[in-house]
Design a protein around this ligand. Structure first.
Ligand SMILES: CC(C)(COP(=O)(O)OP(=O)(O)OC[C@H]1O[C@@H](n2cnc3c(N)ncnc32)[C@H](O)[C@@H]1OP(=O)(O)O)[C@@H](O)C(=O)NCCC(=O)NCCS
Length: 197
């Protein structure tokens, strides 16, 4: 795996009191990451059409109990919320493109949220069906996990998915997350770095 983080390895990162790198430090590392084949970049306010193309698609939401986004406004609102993570923490979900075009293949990465009263990083991936089967989700997820564990080891990484969603499960496993049945809800749960209290 190759990514832009290599340029930042030797920078000393400013941290807040609880050891979390500052928003600016995280943004420096996470805003644009180049993997072997992909560009993972911070969400922009003009990503709405691509958000709706991916999140409004029936096929990409086959295992999503709430179904696809019903309209453009719903996807725009989702984009607004996800962009807030970037504003607040300097980290959040990426848009995924290939180097030779700006066309968005999908969305994913990690975003901070509180789950079971803990700060966690939720690992996510959703790609347009035309991009499936190329290993892109694995490439994205592995990159997100490596960077998260390196720079935010305080925050466990979690994946919640449906037991029928084999592709999502395999992607979580290939990224180093382990099944954690004690945490299951209506979703099955995978974690990395989740320590007992
Ligand atoms: C889940 C998803 C992102 C995977 O994307 P992808 O780029 O096709 O995934 P990869 O090519 O990296 O494959 C990841 C693993 O899943 C497996 N896989 C992919 N599609 C599969 C399918 N339809 N059935 C079974 N396994 C599948 C791959 O073989 C690979 O496992 P392996 O390494 O053991 O061979 C994609 O299917 C998707 O966008 N689905 C809809 C959204 C979704 O359900 N997201 C998860 C929300 S929790």
């Amino acid at each position: 795996m190759r990514n832009d983080d290599a340029h930042n390895h030797d920078l000393s990162i400013s941290t807040t009191n609880d050891g979390i790198p500052s928003r600016v430090a995280l943004a420096t590392i996470f805003s644009e990451v180049h993997t072997e084949r992909l560009i993972l970049r911070r969400l922009r306010d003009d990503d709405g059409p691509a958000m709706f193309a991916v999140h409004g698609d029936l096929e990409t939401n086959r295992y999503n109990p709430t179904g696809p986004d019903p309209d453009f406004a719903t996807s725009e609102e989702r984009l607004r919320l996800w962009r807030q993570n970037w504003e607040e923490y300097g980290i959040g979900y990426w848009a995924v493109t290939l180097p030779q075009t700006e066309d968005i293949l999908g969305f994913g990465g990690v975003r901070p949220l509180i789950w079971r009263d803990r700060d966690v990083l939720n690992l996510y991936y959703r790609f347009a069906p035309s991009a499936w089967g190329n290993g892109y989700a694995t490439e994205l997820a592995q990159t997100a996990v490596v960077l998260s564990r390196k720079h935010l080891p305080q925050w466990p990484v979690i994946v919640r998915t449906r037991a029928e969603n084999i592709a999502a499960i395999r992607t979580a496993e290939r990224s180093g997350l382990l099944r954690h049945p004690a945490l299951d809800t209506e979703h099955i749960v995978f974690t990395l770095g989740w320590t007992p209290y």
